[in-house]
Design a protein around this ligand. Sequence first.
Ligand code: SPD
Length: 283
Amino acid sequence: MTHISTWIDEYHKGSRFGLNGEILIKQNSKYQEIIVIENEYYGRALMLDGCWMTSFKDDKYYHECLVHPALSSIDEKSNVLIIGGGDGGTARECTKYSQISKIDLVEIDEEVIKISKKFLKEIGGKAWNDKRLKIHIDDGVQWVKKTKDNFYDVIFIDCSDPSEFSNLLFSDSFYRECKRILKKNGILATQSESPESFKNIHISILKTLKKIFKVSETMYSFVPIYPSGIWSWTFASEKVFNLSRQNHFETLRIEKECEIWNLNFQNAAFKMMPNKIVKELDS
Ligand code: SPD
């Protein structure tokens, strides 16, 4: 059998971020183009509508940073919502917590789930067979709208970059609805784009969350296959959450199971806001 190697690039404002390898699948769903490529260094990687989402080699940089700052900082976390996250990586990290009794994963594009289960099974790992995981093929915005008040302990927004069909997931009205369905001590965690390659939307997310929630904190780290590499995650709540439970038994246990995240890493990451972002938020 011949394996044909191709370069697949994410184009971003005159720059490009490419992986070379064999294309395992290239398909158009109702919503987007889905590609899985097999790369020598990053392993299998998923691209949606021209944007890299995750890869075998670097998925932990993204999913551990989205999930553990939120889940390790609160006690009550039985009911969890994931909006997006069709590759299963966020669900996989959530299943490390035995206190979680239900994870609603709401993904608009069923094909992303099917392709992830078939070609990227390791990203979701055991989560795909975990009885607590309930998959709903639905629009996240509509799901949140129809959910009753004070329902979830934690909401993860694991979405793509803003586009025609994901724009609303970054809107003032959507975050307000998330606040409505979060329990009083609950926490919202969202990927908040790059302070470098997506600076305007990054600032807008931070400003909006600060306006809506009592507390909102942003951490910075790297996702090697994303444009510019530097990425951010923001955590918002009506309650002051404890982000540094150094000797908490759960933090110690989760640290052992992680490839990237640990509390020292996290503590540094929450202090990494580039000064140009600090200045813009202050102005
Ligand atoms: N630039 C890509 C941003 C995508 C963030 N979500 C990735 C989904 C991984 N579960």
